[in-house]
Design a protein around this ligand. Structure first.
Ligand SMILES: C[S@@+](CC[C@H](N)C(=O)[O-])C[C@H]1O[C@@H](n2cnc3c(N)ncnc32)[C@H](O)[C@@H]1O
Length: 347
């Protein structure tokens, strides 16, 4: 028997003819997430971004045990996020770009949140039974953010980290050359407004969010240096009418936070606030109509389950919603990575 035939036989013994690899790989994938989250929280990639380091130096800078350092480096090298050069260990190009704090568009804030196990199997089991957000022990997440500035800041940092790169994709793909005033409903850190304003010098954007988030948004806007174009306004998108005087309304990752019925109310309010010819833009990670993926977006249904009252949208669900609320010329635009915009105009 050849080596490879022998290996095949051992992979699929006659007693267990169905390959277990796909199941095992799905199970072990959680380790990948745990490893990058721990490395991000500990600042490993920030350290490696400063240049290659030999093992001893890396271990001492991190303050880890020798066995721990070896285990972590082995795992990260297997994933390709750490590489070995003649000068020592270094971060791969994508790890340096997306797992370090200082890098624009970095996903560190999102990955860092994994340390708090918001989506552990136990949390998921609880959310499945309860059918309500369970992340903060059952408290409404937005009320928790309103009451606790530290929670609002951590969540807004994570959202900024999720949104900065797709915002750049949206700014590239969406023609806003005729738009003058954009209302960024539930605009969070302002990642979207900042990107759209920088790409469209004639555009004024207003981030409309709950009072505890607006000062945080102001900080992001100030550090992006676009305070002359982007401002924040405290409000409540459910309790108040949308402010008037805007020709464009953006809802980025808002509809997926609430039920389809609540989503319809938010879109209807946008329709009422816009002038004829005004535009609505919905920015989301959409799921294809035949549920063929992308897997990454379909898995976000589970994040929505533990964090919110919502779910990810299929392309047709969003298109139908906009048309039912009165918008015409509704079309989907793929922007960057897993992201899309669906836009429509008020006749
Ligand atoms: C998932 S985040 C999206 C943030 C941003 N649009 C983005 O894509 O990065 C949802 C945002 O809605 C805001 N929000 C929640 N309830 C709100 C309300 N009643 N009125 C206005 N904003 C609200 C939250 O504070 C948060 O910033």
């Amino acid at each position: 028997m050849t080596d490879s035939a022998d290996r095949q036989e051992r992979l699929q013994p006659t007693r267990f003819p169905i390959d277990d690899k796909r199941v095992y790989d799905a199970y072990i994938a959680g380790r990948k997430s745990a490893a990058i989250a721990a490395a991000v929280r500990a600042g490993l990639f920030d350290l490696l971004a400063g240049g290659a380091l030999p093992f001893d130096r890396l271990q001492s800078e991190m303050g880890w045990s020798e066995r721990g350092t070896r285990s972590m480096l082995d795992a990260l090298m297997a994933m390709g996020f750490v590489e070995v050069t003649t000068d020592g260990f270094t971060a791969s190009a994508d790890a340096a770009a997306y797992l370090t704090r200082a890098s624009a568009g970095s996903l560190w804030g999102l990955v860092d949140m994994e340390v708090d196990s918001f989506l552990s199997p136990a949390a998921l089991l609880e959310a499945l039974a309860e059918d309500r957000a369970t992340v903060y022990g059952g408290e409404d997440p937005w009320e928790a953010h309103a009451a606790d500035p530290a929670k609002a800041r951590a969540f807004t940092a994570a959202m900024h980290s999720v949104s900065e790169r797709p915002a750049a994709g949206l700014a590239e793909r969406l023609d806003l050359s005729t738009a003058r005033r954009l209302l960024d409903v539930g605009g969070g850190s302002g990642a979207l407004s900042i990107s759209l304003a920088l790409a469209n010098p004639g555009l004024e954007c207003v981030i409309w969010d709950i009072p505890s988030v607006c000062p945080i948004a102001d900080e992001y806007v100030a550090s992006a240096g676009c305070g002359d174009q982007v401002t924040s306004r405290a409000g409540d998108m459910f309790e108040e009418d949308y402010p008037s005087g805007f020709d464009t309304v953006l809802l980025s990752q808002i509809l997926h936070d609430w039920s389809f019925e609540t989503g319809a109310k938010l879109v209807t309010k946008a329709f009422e606030a816009l002038p004829p010819g005004g535009r609505i833009v919905i920015h989301e990670k959409l799921v294809e109509d035949d549920d063929s993926g992308p897997l990454a977006n379909q898995l976000v249904h589970l994040d929505m389950l533990v964090w919110t009252e919502g779910q990810q949208y299929r392309v047709s669900e969003l298109t139908d919603l906009l048309e039912r609320c009165g918008f015409s010329h509704v079309r989907r635009v793929r922007t960057a990575g897993y992201w899309s915009a669906v836009e429509g105009s008020k006749p």
